[in-house]
Structures are given as C-alpha cells and as structure tokens.
Design a protein around this ligand. Structure first.
Ligand code: MSP
Length: 694
C-alpha cells in the first residue's frame, strides 16, 4: 500500500468533452478506483488547458474575451466528467492564480538550479497553431506546407524567445529510460521515444512575444510562457495548495506511483520535454507516462465534426434508458466498452453495434444472468437467505481455485495498467461460475432432496458473486452498488491502508437476507438495438451543410445514400433549392460551422460518367498525398475539359457516397445557380490546394 497519483491531459478548451477525451479520463478514473480498493492513498487530477494562440484565436473568432470564453468552456468539462462516473479530486485550470504561481515557480526553479538552461535567442520556424508546436521542414506535407496532423498550412514565425537547453538532457533522458523501463508505456511507444531522443535534441523555444494570452515569464513580462511549458507544470502546480486548496505536495515524491495517462499524440511533450524540465528543476520524475492509442468511430477517423457528434454523455444517457437503469448505469456500460473493447495502449475502433453486442454477451447474458439465476435459485431453495458451504466437493474447490486465480490475474493486470486484461479475467470468472451452475445443477440436487448440496452450491456461487461485485467496481461503479444491494452487501467503501481487493471468494455472511433478483443488465433485443442505433448514429452533416449552394438530393435512379451518416449528393443540380430565401433562418454555432472542413482544391482531371447525363467525375487535389475522386452534378453547365485546372472549394469531410458501379465520391464542390448555369465557388490569389477556408 502506498501513494498513487494519476493525471489526465488537461484538455484544450477550444473543443467540448468528446469520446476521445472521455477515454483518457475514464481510464484514469478506473485506475484510480482500483488503487483505492488496494488501500492506497490516491489522487486523481484533471483540468483544462486555457492559454496559447489557439485558444486566443478561438475566443476572438467567437467575439468573446479569452477570459469569458475559457470560463464557459472549462465549465463544460468540469460538469461532464462526474456524469461519466469520474471522481476526480481536483480540477485545475491553467488560468487559475494557483497555477500561474506554480508555473512561474517551475521556471524560477530551473533558473536557480541551472541558470544556463534558460537563455534568450531568436526563434524562427514553422508553427502549427493546432499542435501549438514548431515543426521542422521535414515534418511538413507538400504542397502547401501542411501540418501532417491538422492538415492545415503552418505559419512562419520569427521572434525573440527564451530557449530551454533541451540538448543538454539527451544522455540523462536516455539513461533514465534505460533504468526505468516502465517510464514510458507501452513498449512500442517507449521505443519510438528512445529513437527520437537518440537522434539528437534541439533546444526548445519556451516563450513567445507576439501574443499575450499566457503566463508572463518571471522577470521578463514581455514574454509569455510557451503553452506546453505552462500546461505540463499543472501536474505539480495543482498540488501546491494555492488558492486556499490543500497542500498535496507529498504526491510529487519518489515514493508515490505517479502515472500520466495521455493519448499517443502528446507523448513527446510528456516523455521528453517534461522530464527534462523536471530534471533541470531538480524535481522527481513521474513513474509512468502511459500513452494510449487513438479511437476511431465506426471505422472513421474522428474529425472535429464527428467528435462533436459522438457525445459520450448522450451515449451514456441513451444506454441508461435502453437498459432501464438510469444515466449512471449507461455511463458504466460506456466505461466498460471503452476499457474492455480496446486493448489499452493500442488504437481501437468504437462502434455502437459492437457496444450493444458486448453489453449483451458479457454483462447481460454472462454476469447479469449469473446473478439473476443464483438469486432466483436462492429465493426458491434457500428462502432468500445466504446458505452455508456445508458439503463442498471437487466441483466447489475447482470453482474457488478458479476464483483465486482470476482475482490474482485481474489484480496483476490492473497493476500493469491493462484494464482490458483485468476485465477479461473478471468476466472469465463469471463464465466459469455459469459453467459451474450447469455442472453442479442445484435444481437436480433439490429434486433429490439433498439440501446440504443445494446450500453448498448456492453458497459457492454467492462467494464468487461477492468477489465479482468488488472486481467490477473500478469500471462499473454504479452496477457494483446495484449488484451488492441484491447480494445484501453495502456499497463499496474504500479505506486507506486496507486492501479490499479480493484474494478469492468473498462470501456474504451466511444467514443474511438477499434481495429479490432484479435484472442488473437487461439484454437489449433486436428492436431495442435498432432504436438505440437510430437515436445515436451521429449526424455529422447537419441540414445546413446539405443545403449549401449547389447541393441537392440524389438524382433519380442513383443509389440512395447507404445510411444516415452518408452524405447527400456531392452534386450541384437543378432543383432550385438553393434560392436564397430557402436558406434556413436558424443560426448555427461556431462549432457547427468549424466542423465543416472547407478546403481549396484544384481539378486535375475530369470526365463524363457513362449513363449519368448530369454527372461529372472529377479528380481533385485537396493537398493530400493522393487526389480525391469527387462526383458532381455539373455536366449540364460544363464540359469535362473546361474544369481541368480550375480552383474549387471542396467540402472535404463529408462521408463518402457510393454512386454504384465502383464509383464513390469523396467530397462535394460548392456552387451556385440553376443546374444548367452553375457557377463554381472559388478563391482569389494563390491559396494552395488543401488551404482551409475559415
Ligand atoms: N492541452 C493538451 C494537453 C496538455 S497536457 C499537459 C492537449 N489537449 S487536447 O484537448 O487536445 O486533448 C488531447 C488528448 O485527448 C489526447 O492526448 C488524448 O488523451 C485525448 N484524445 C483526443 N482525441 C482522441 C481520440 N480520437 N482517441 C483517443 N484519445 C483522444 O493535447
């Protein structure tokens, strides 16, 4: 038993809480709950990252002061997490005075311990505002100098800046990775970092002078700290007890297990820059930076629009209704799917149908069924009371040995930060118990009148259920409470210094009353599943996008879009629906607008589509590694050859649309006018293919 400190990334407030950010937060919460069960003193921190150019610009774009914008957005994160059963101890905002003091303290500590580590110089290079990071020429995609992650042109910056002497830390970092193999996990990520650091480290620019939305550099307030220096220091600044909070600095010590849960996209900041800052300031290093993988949704990369459409709270709510057990139960099911369905550390796909299937199989038909049948049998055969283990046979010893084994395996998996394996062992135990009931057949013993055997079998099952109710708690806290109530047990209460992780079977007390069985995880039938899918399938393309100039319903005879997420026709056409007065009078939010990926494209080839007299098939360069095929209803206005070389505006994030015979459109062009006299939207000047419209 010791101290355990787990953190999530602090999230940028230019976005709302979404499935990706919930994944990190839920994983951290589950780990933390596991350590609570083990009797550790635990602390979980999350929060929001509120400074930097990206946030300043987003606030400007919405016509708000940065202060007001960040306060509003941060509140959404703080309100969201408890609805997903996350119990963080602290929520840090980088605009809080306590954090500003803490970040300045780290800067000053570096200055004091290693005065040469921070020096003034000139900084020139390519900056991606999305990543808040300088990029090397080599990293950029051509044409267009695009950030490979955000696929947006980077900006040239030149200014005076403080540099952190990162280059000095190369060998110290490598030695640390070598001595502490668990410092970066999983191993593949560790190897990536090691080879990056072996390749040599350049000093890091850690201040900016061309904007002001940040924390002033101590002693030189024309500079604000680089947003990543500011952000990383949150893990320590939150512990320092500022703003009237509790001093928890004991959690930043070599004898605390400190785990940073992050996504793989921000590994370099956490595994290279952060430990170097800490080394320079003479502070202890975290134990583990665990980089989990990235989620796709139903096979699609999570663009901002899709992320916004897949609202984790909506999923939890809808599941709660579907299983008639409330929002908290729905949150449990989401937590289970995220942590069981995806191997922690690897990329994974989140898919609603898979979630329903897994829920039915693991929770409904396996664990839920085990509880229901055991309690049902007790109601009938033991007067609803916990019987004693009177006449055990080999069957019982096998089951109880299996329970011991599963408890150990799950415990080891949690210790190794592998929730998917811990859950596998947990549900595996439930399967073993279900098989045991079939073999031990208490109903047959009852028929024979052997009450001692009946009692023994049901007592063994109740013991296993007692353990399972604890083992599921890190991931399914609400369902654990419900299960324990049925078993006549109090909800889990953890206590520092007391290890409550089961070592094996954990019996309710013989003679205690059991509650009547009520389905813990009612299975979702086919009708329920389709209603759920219907309610939750994201509509990433709102009605506004579909009615943009030139867009029309599919032409007669062309295949219907395959599902609700399929785009409307990528084709301007003649219906006249584009008359200005037909436009929706409702306003849309900035988020909705920024979810539409509008880009400059250049038509590199164009041809007619056989047997489709309104359609043209265009090849359009939108600044990606290969050009896209876009099918558009332009043939009444243009001959194919007229369009080659034209600069067009492309809606680049519409889901692909199938036109049959192997023809799929990957985007839509903007245009206006009746279909026989269409005018294509374009941009003036020399915007490169891929340039984003904003
Ligand atoms: N503000 C920085 C982090 C500073 S930590 C000192 C930042 N914020 S972020 O809002 O962009 O959040 C990034 C994190 O969200 C990722 O590292 C990851 O943990 C999570 N995810 C965002 N999208 C995700 C997926 N599609 N899949 C999985 N996790 C994702 O970077």
């Amino acid at each position: 038993m010791g101290r355990f400190y787990v953190t999530t990334p602090i999230y940028y407030v230019n976005d709302v809480p979404h499935l990706g950010t919930s994944y990190s937060t839920i994983a951290a919460d589950a780990l933390r709950r596991y350590h609570r069960l083990r009797g550790d003193a635990t602390l979980m921190l999350t929060g929001t990252d509120e400074h930097g150019l990206k946030i300043e610009r987003e606030a400007q774009a919405r016509g708000l002061s940065p202060e007001r914008f960040v306060a509003e957005m941060s509140g959404r994160f703080e309100a969201a997490w408890p609805k997903l059963e996350v119990q963080a101890d602290d929520f840090i905002r980088t605009t809080q005075p306590r954090h500003k003091v803490g970040a300045a303290r780290l800067w000053e500590e570096i200055r004091r311990k290693n005065p040469d580590d921070l020096y003034l110089g000139d900084y020139e290079g390519w900056y991606c505002v999305g990543c808040e990071e300088l990029k090397t020429e080599k990293e950029l995609e051509q044409p267009g100098n695009l950030c490979p992650l955000h696929r947006r042109p980077v900006e040239r910056v030149k200014e005076q800046s403080y540099f952190f002497r990162l280059s000095r830390y190369q060998s110290q970092l490598l030695a640390h990775y070598d001595r502490h193999p668990a410092f970066i996990e999983p191993e593949t990520r560790r190897n990536e970092v090691v080879s990056f650091v072996r390749g040599g480290l350049r000093d890091l620019s850690v201040s900016r002078t061309t904007f002001t939305w940040g924390i002033p550099v101590p002693g030189d307030p024309k500079h604000v700290m680089y947003v990543w220096f500011d952000a990383l220091s949150n893990y320590v600044s939150a512990l320092q007890g500022g703003d009237g909070g509790i001093d928890r600095t004991e959690f930043w010590s070599p004898d605390t297990r400190i785990v940073h849960v992050i996504g793989k996209d921000i590994l370099r900041f956490h595994a290279v820059y952060w430990p170097a800052f800490l080394m320079s300031a003479g502070l202890p290093l975290p134990s583990t930076v665990f980089a989990h993988g990235f989620l796709t949704y139903g096979g699609q990369k999570m663009s901002k629009s899709l992320r916004n459409a897949v609202d984790p709270l909506g999923i939890a709510r809808a599941f709660g209704q579907a299983v008639r057990a409330g929002d908290r139960a729905g949150a449990d099911v989401l937590r289970y799917q995220l942590l069981r369905g995806i191997a922690f550390g690897q990329d994974g796909d989140f898919d609603l149908s898979a979630m329903i299937e897994r829920y039915n199989a693991d929770l409904g038909k396996n664990l839920g069924n085990l509880l229901a049948r055991t309690l049902g049998l007790c109601a009938k055969l033991t007067e609803g009371r916990v019987p004693g283990l009177a006449a055990p046979t080999q069957l019982e010893s096998d089951l109880l040995a299996e329970a011991e084994n599963a408890c150990l395996r799950a415990r080891d998996a949690w210790d190794a930060i592998a929730p998917h394996r811990a859950l596998e062992a947990t549900i595996g135990l439930s399967s073993a118990a279900n098989q045991y009931v079939d073999r031990a057949a208490p109903w047959a013993e009852a028929k024979k009148g052997d009450q001692r055997r009946v009692d023994t079998i049901l007592a063994a099952l109740l013991q296993v259920l007692g353990s399972l109710s604890v083992m599921i708690w890190p991931v399914l806290p609400d369902r654990s409470d419900a299960m324990r109530a049925q078993l006549g047990l109090a909800p889990i209460a953890t206590r520092e210094g007391e290890d409550r992780w089961p070592r094996g079977p954990l019996p309710p007390r013989a003679g205690d009353a059991l509650a009547p069985a009520a389905p813990l995880f009612p299975t979702i039938d086919a009708a329920g599943a389709s209603a759920l899918l219907e309610a939750l399938t994201p509509r990433i393309q709102g009605p506004d996008a579909a009615s943009s100039a030139g867009d029309v319903p599919p032409e007669r005879g062309s295949p219907e879009p395959s599902g609700r997420t399929a785009p409307e026709a990528a084709s301007p056409e003649s219906s006249g629906r584009t008359a200005p007065e037909a436009a929706s009078p409702e306003s849309i939010s900035y988020d909705q607008f920024s979810g539409v990926d509008l880009r400059v494209g250049v038509v590199t080839a164009c041809e007619a589509v056989p047997r489709k007299d309104k359609l043209l098939k265009l090849t359009v360069d939108v600044g990606e590694s290969s050009a896209r095929t876009i099918v558009a209803g332009l043939a009444l206005s243009f001959r194919a050859e007229q369009l080659v070389g034209r600069k067009v505006i492309v809606v680049a994030n519409l889901a692909p649309r199938d036109f049959g015979r192997g023809l799929t459109s990957h985007g839509m062009l903007l245009a206006t006018g009746p279909s026989e006299r269409l005018v294509l939207a374009t941009v003036e000047g020399d915007a490169p293919p891929g340039a984003k419209l904003k």
